[in-house]
Structure formats: C-alpha cells, structure tokens
Design a protein around this ligand. Sequence first.
Ligand code: NAP
Length: 447
Amino acid sequence: MKEFRVAVVGAGPAGFYAAEHLLYAESLIVHVDMFERLPTPWGLVRAGVAPDHPKIKSVSSQFVEIATHPRYRLFGNVEFGRDVSREDLLSRYDALVYCVGARSERSLGIPGEDLPGSLAASDFVGWYNGHPDMVSLAPDLSGTRAIVVGNGNVALDVARILLLPHDILRRTDIADHALASLATSNIRDVTILGRRGPVQAAFTTVELREIVTMEGLEIALDERQLVVPEFIDPAHARRAQRNLTVLQQALTAASASNCSRRLSFGFLRSPIAISGRGRVERIEVGINRLERDEGQVRSVDTGEREVLPTDLVIRAVGYRGEALPGVAFDERSGIIPNVGGAVAPDAREYVAGWIKRGPSGIIGTNRADAVETAERILGALATTHSSAPSGQSTLDWLGRQCPKMVDHASWLRIDRHETTLGQPANRPRVKLVTIGEMLAAARGPRL
Ligand code: NAP
C-alpha cells in the first residue's frame, strides 16, 4: 500500500479529528505529525472549555486514544511561522492541514474598547483556563458590576465563571491564579447584553438553563423583552422557543430573597461607547428594534440611549481567525479561503475547524468538518506518490531546529505532573501555566 506523510498544524479538536481519519484510512498508509505552538495539546478543550464543564472536556479521552496510534507523532512547542515555515513543511510532507482555530477576537469598533477594564472574552477565557499567553492578564475584579457583551455560549461561560461560588470553582482545573483572584472578587452584578432579542440569541438551551438556575442567583429581566415571537428564525425555531421558555420560567421563579449575586439580561441593546477616567466606569448602549431584511432579522438603532455604570466590560462577540505567515487569508471573514477544506488546487494545503469555516458549532462539529478535509487529502494522495523524506530525517531536522520540542512522551510527563498535583485537592489537574514550568515537567522523570 502507498505510504504518505501529512503534517497537521494545530493540536486542537479539528487537528485530532483530521489526524484520526488519516491514520485509520483503509486505502493508504498515512503518517501524521502534529505541530503545536504550545507544549500542551487539545487546543480549546484545554484553554477554552469552561473549567466547570468536565463532561465537555472529557472529549479529550478521544484525543488520548488517537495519540496512541503508532503512526502519530506530536511536535509541541513548535510555532508555525517562527520555528518552522510553510516552505519547510511543504518540503517534508505530502500534505499540510492547518487546524489553528480562531485565536483572536472580533472587535466592537467603538470608542473606549481598549480602556483598562474592557477585556476580550478570548483573553479572559484564556486567563481562567491557564493559557500561557494570558497568565499576566490580571483582570481587576475589585468592582461590583460587570457587563458581558454578546449572546453566545462564551458570554454565558464568562458570566458563570464570574458568578460561581468559590466552592464549586476550587474543585475544577481552573488556573490557580484565576481561582485566587476570583476568591476575592467583588463582582456581584453581571449584565449580559444582546444586540437582538432573546429568540435570536446564540445561547444553547442547556447552557442558558444552567446559568439561570444557579443557586443564590437573582435573575433580572424585563418581561416585555420576552414578547417577540414573530421574529423567530425557522432554522433555529426549536432552540429559540426553548430559550424563551427557560427565560420565562426564570422570570416566574425569580425571587430576590437569599440571593447574594444577580444576573441581568439586557436584550435589544448595542454598545455605543465605553468610557471612564482612565478605566471603565460606564457603557453607553443604543436601544434597538428588530427588522426583517432579506430573511435575516437585523437590529436597527432607534436612536434611544441608556448609560449603564459598570466596573468591567467583557466583549464576547465571537472569535476571529489570524493569518498564518505565507498562507492565504481572507481578512473579511477571518478564515483561510478553501473549497471543502482544500486551500487551492494542487497546493497540497488544507484546512479544518474554525480556520476553515469560522468560529461556530460545538466541539463535535469539528469531526464532520475534519473528515471532509481528510477525505479530500486521501483522494488527492491516492493519485500521487510520496516525495517526503523519512520520518527520522524530519525528526533529526526538527531536533536541530527546535531543541525544546515537546514530543508525545514529554507531553505525557506534563499531563502526569498536572494530574498528580491535582490529587490532594481532588481536582482533575492543577495546570502548569508558563512555558518554563511545562518544559521542566516535560523533562521530568520518565514514566
Ligand atoms: P457566537 O455563538 O457566534 O455568539 C456571538 C454573539 O456576539 C452573538 O450573540 C452575536 O449577536 C454577538 N455579536 C456579534 N457582533 C456583535 C456586535 N458588534 N455587537 C453586539 N453583539 C455582537 O460566538 P461565541 O459565544 O464566541 O461562541 C463561539 C462558538 O463556540 C459557538 O458555536 C458556541 O456555541 C461555541 N461554544 C460552545 C460552548 C458549549 O457548548 N458549552 C461554550 C462556549 C462556546 P448576533 O447574533 O446579533 O450576531
């Protein structure tokens, strides 16, 4: 059978699902080398999924299984564009698959967005999940009020983490610096703002129900905002109806007694400006009405304004892909342009996951997405012969190029180190949060 070598760039869910499909192909023998910027794999499953959602994180057991395949290798702590170039990889592999996700955030484009106290959710999420890039974020949680902009699941994650009791957080794998900071947080009042109405919100119902039924949390909501059934998008009608029901129930069940914290929903509100003397003190919002426009339900500014005092603004309006050095990129949509995962005909470059389709869907969505790409790769490889140098020669080259490369065995040492640290406190793991600590653990005693 013909044998090929494929490089997967990015060790998140899309990368693992693409690797799995290639490794288990029946028609060809494919070797997969996975390049990852961090010493740790699993992408957003490690650095994005909320720490109080261990069930969602348990998808990592699939990645652990895939990584046991004898033709799989991990090359962690190797950054594409810094340590290895597109040309390097094209000369050593029969195909490349970029699975780098969407690393930065969409911007609101309003005055005051960059004031201290205004944070991108992608940074805040990275901070509480121990992403090495965000260790020094140090959000100021000394005020009592926070506003989260956006009506997606990330907004719910962020609001929940701000409001969860310490007793729940301390049993998770939340980064220790975030656990300590949240333990002394004064935030008691969180408002989630959506530019459209409750039936247009992107929240999934399970996540919405989870937050509105949190113990000790008062839910505040203007019931007039819940009467908008004529604008339900048929494609999301079930979710919309369920979300509406959850919010209506929350309103009925609402009782402010014994509540130490409050969550408010402000629908039909767009941020206009963030302001304050040297830091965030308030946000001005424009009040919207909805309009149907070519099948879409759009928010339209009524011209009416409200000013909401706040100590913190977290902007959860979606992630955005970043360009990779030397690789085509569509600035407008924030993705690598592709057809079904192929970047360009005959280019031997492919994409999967958020950098292919944009930041949407749940983790499992990436499986079908990656399978589509992997099928295209297999189809193209089947018509050719490998010109890749041997796996050993690539390993030798990489050893010279990146002496601090973290291979799979080294990652297992980091993993073991973290889970061992977690045991005394009955936590799934205590995350190492700096590259230095990770590399020290990677060199640790052999398993
Ligand atoms: P998202 O689901 O796309 O939601 C983005 C939100 O931001 C939408 O409500 C959008 O409103 C709003 N928005 C965009 N631009 C805006 C602007 N200029 N002003 C005001 N609001 C604006 O994105 P996400 O929350 O970042 O989530 C990304 C993906 O990860 C989603 O597929 C999500 O389901 C998934 N995820 C899943 C989980 C989970 O399963 N537990 C957890 C976290 C994330 P419009 O609708 O009006 O555009």
